[in-house]
Design a protein around this ligand. Structure first.
Ligand SMILES: [Zn+2]
Length: 491
């Protein structure tokens, strides 16, 4: 008995040693960046230009309502007036109707080019929210140290900051060593089917194999990750797939006084209940595991101990993550019933009941595998399952965080906040971005919006009082100028 206890004690001690050694092996956090000069930019003038950009109501409507093409063309002309050097140096093409592709030829055409993406369209502002706006959403007002309005975070800031930085670099006599492609979509908010897709197809057809692609998608903010104090930056390295399935139950209609057999509503309800009772399995692999590993160096010792020993702690971490909807969504394909329709009269059995269930597919699964699991789970010949007409995509491939391109982006992010030790964490984007169209063609597609988000800013994207601090917009311009200068060092 004593011997068993002794052995047990030795085993526990050995385990403790392994856990602690693993924890101590976690690499040291990246040091804070030294202050470095971006391109010289007149903050006030740049802010005024961003404000002017907001005044073009380049709205995409999810309802499919027609867009204001004059607003887009006006915006194109505004860009031409505002950034004359870029328009002199680069070739500009209008593709997909209203999207813009700029080619700024590098001095060494043997180097792989870089693609910087942004989008010109914005989401509408719901009428009832109008009184809540401090400044009207399309005023582009510069007031109280902010530029106000739709697009100041998502995503005219990116378009303007890219052009502002290149205009400044050209004024300084800079010529890019490698070719830059700028692609500014006009329909990102409704899937990018006519803008980004066409531009990607065009570039791929021209043989373009980018060193990397950068689009919006991640951000820099405080409180992004529980357990990591201060600000963190998250960089999207993959995005989830998208699939909506229509479930249709057909039954015999008739009078409600004499129901026969199974009803359409009953069968459909059971199918949905089964899907919810059997969610897709969770997994801590891919981008989410990478995110946790990248968090470890910046976490307090107790958290680091857990993150450095995922081989043992994975079930614990999974159950912790699963407690909130975001954490759960990072780990599995989500199941969301969103539309339900059946019946017209209280005394008539409907012959048909339908539901739409939306799935966001995690890397590792496909539309096909999701559809198969749904059919298996429902296991009911009364239920017909088919995709709806809405756009559907497989999850994107996962981009390479070991690449020089990722390292350059991370370094450039740290330079946004000199003196601050900011973790740069890879992550899985839940929504969709225009970058998805590069998925099949490049394993270096990254997503980051170069704006330091302030308190409450995450909720202002697509929300009320979207705005950006004038000084933060200058930070965004600095990000792109450092990134473009840094391309020289890229192998
Ligand atoms: Zn956007």
């Amino acid at each position: 008995m004593k011997r068993i206890l002794q052995l047990l004690l030795v085993a526990v001690l050995a385990l403790a040693v392994v856990l602690v050694v693993n924890t101590l092996w976690v690499p040291a956090p990246h040091p804070a960046a030294e202050p470095s000069a971006g391109v010289a930019v007149d903050e006030a003038l740049a802010a005024e230009r961003l404000g002017a950009a907001v005044r073009f109501a380049t709205v995409s409507y999810a309802s499919g309502a027609p867009i204001d093409t004059a607003a887009f063309r006006g915006f194109h002309a505004f860009l031409e007036r505002s950034f004359p050097l870029v328009h002199q140096a680069a070739r500009r093409e209008v593709l997909g109707g209203l999207s813009l592709l700029y080619t700024l030829r590098g001095t060494d055409t043997t180097l792989a080019p870089v693609v910087l993406m942004g989008h010109m369209d914005v989401v509408p502002v719901p009428e009832p929210n109008l009184p809540e706006w401090t400044q009207p959403p399309f005023s582009g007002a510069v007031a109280d140290g902010f530029v106000w309005g739709r697009g100041t975070l998502d995503d005219k800031t990116t378009v303007l900051a890219i052009l502002e930085s290149i205009e400044g670099l050209l004024a300084e006599g800079f010529t890019p060593p490698r070719t830059l492609y700028l692609t500014f979509g006009h329909d990102e908010e409704v899937g990018g089917r006519y803008g980004a897709r066409v531009m990607v197809d065009t570039l791929v057809a021209r043989g373009v194999r980018p060193a990397f692609v950068l689009d919006e998608g991640g951000f820099l903010a405080s409180g992004v990750m529980p357990g990591v104090p201060g600000r963190s930056a998250i960089v999207g390295i993959a995005e989830k797939g998208y699939l909506s399935l229509r479930l249709r139950a057909l039954a015999q209609g008739g009078h409600s006084s004499m129901p026969t057999g199974r009803t359409a509503i009953g069968a459909l309800s059971r199918a949905i209940a089964r899907l919810e009772a059997e969610p897709f399995p969770s997994s801590l692999d891919g981008p989410t595991r990478g995110m946790l590993e990248a968090m470890a160096p910046y976490s307090p010792f107790s958290t680091r101990l857990v993150l450095a020993n995922l081989w043992l702690t994975e079930p614990l971490v999974r159950s912790q993550l699963a407690k909130n909807p975001l954490g759960a969504a990072l780990m599995h394909t989500t199941t969301s019933p969103t539309i339900l329709a059946a019946g017209v009269k209280d005394n008539v059995l409907p012959p048909e009941a339908t539901a739409v269930v939306n799935f966001r597919i995690r890397p590792g699964e496909t539309q096909q595998s999701v559809m198969e699991k749904v059919r298996r789970t429902i296991a009911d010949t009364m239920i017909h399952v088919e995709p709806t007409d809405s756009a559907r995509t497989d999850p994107s491939p996962v981009s390479d965080v070991g690449s020089d391109a990722y390292a350059l982006i991370a370094t450039t992010i740290r330079a946004m906040v000199p003196g601050e030790r900011v973790p740069v964490l890879p992550y899985l984007v839940m929504g969709g971005t225009d970058a998805k169209y590069w998925g099949p063609h490049s394993d270096k597609v990254f997503r980051f919006l170069a704006v330091p988000f302030g308190e409450g800013d995450v909720g202002r994207v697509h929300g009320v009082n979207e705005r950006i601090a004038v000084k933060d917009y200058a930070v965004a311009v600095g990000f792109f100028s450092r990134l473009i200068r840094g391309l020289e060092a890229l192998p």
